[in-house]
Design a binder for this molecule. Sequence first.
Ligand SMILES: C[S@@+](CC[C@H](N)C(=O)[O-])C[C@H]1O[C@@H](n2cnc3c(N)ncnc32)[C@H](O)[C@@H]1O
Length: 340
Amino acid sequence: MKTSELTFNISRLPKELQSVLGELYAKNYDTGNYIAPNSIYQGDAREILTKIKPNTIALSVWSPPYYVGKEYESYLTFDSWKELLRDVIEQHFSVVKPGGFLVINIADILVFKDKEMPRIQADVIHRKRSSVTKEDIFKVMNEHPEYNRYRIASLLNCSEQTIDRRLNGNNIRGGKSEPQTRVKIVGGLVEEWALGAGFYPYDRRVWVKDAAWENSRWASLSYRSVDEFEYIYIFWKPGITKYDRSRLTRDEWRNWGSRAVWTFPSVRANDDHEAKFPIELPLRTIKLLTDEGDIVLDCFVGSGTTAIAAIRENRQFIGIDLEKKYVNLAKHNIKIELNR
Ligand SMILES: C[S@@+](CC[C@H](N)C(=O)[O-])C[C@H]1O[C@@H](n2cnc3c(N)ncnc32)[C@H](O)[C@@H]1O
């Protein structure tokens, strides 16, 4: 392919990118058998992504499994979760149009098990209601070495929770107040994978949602905050990007187009899917980063929110999900949207 066929000066890019992009541009003229837009496909994102025509996606916007114990991610270990995300990001480089965008909505893992972490020796002052002391417990243990926690508690007329707290400074009830859990910050990983694939971090925004107190029972036993925001990372594939200020109204630019913090509530009724994002999220990125007729991809499409946002904005869409029930749900929701 002649360089003159390119829409921008490839020689201004780093050497490694020149060869990768040169090959990719050549695929524009490839008439292989690719999947059609405006449909939802069932399968592993890594498999279906190989069937999308290279250089055709103006925007890919998705929210992957977060590795927080949801049913649909139970097949993943922490290592295979990282592999999934890394591979999916890498595969995006070929399908996104030059000058196009990959938008990833993700959150840090707030209760990440880390066996290396020292056990926090919590001295929970406001809960010291029982007068039983550590010394009382040692005394019973000396006298009755065969006693377990429950029998010691019964003898001292307190709860087994109190016994464990006095001995270990820990809460034995598990869940969010489990010891040796820490925050796992995922932004660095996502950046590393995107750069490795050939994308450049272009922008990052924060989505402030409603405070999830129910996910944060541990708040009363620590100084940690409740869960109330997520990230939106925007990556750019080198190429010509059209800048058109008329995509948004003056008010939209002022209220969110130019703003780093986006505030809108999360989906309250997760009745048909465990973790939908609100339509506002794909809607805003679609309005900001694409034109009518462009193809928008979501390779973790779940209930079909991104596809619906694309339809509302007269864009085309491709949706992918591993689970048949979500593919059916997305198709059902799309049908309703089309009949509106
Ligand atoms: C956070 S949810 C996305 C929800 C979606 N944004 C919505 O609004 O409904 C992640 C989705 O990824 C899907 N998923 C998990 N592993 C996958 C894989 N390997 N390939 C494609 N989809 C996968 C799950 O079934 C789930 O629907």
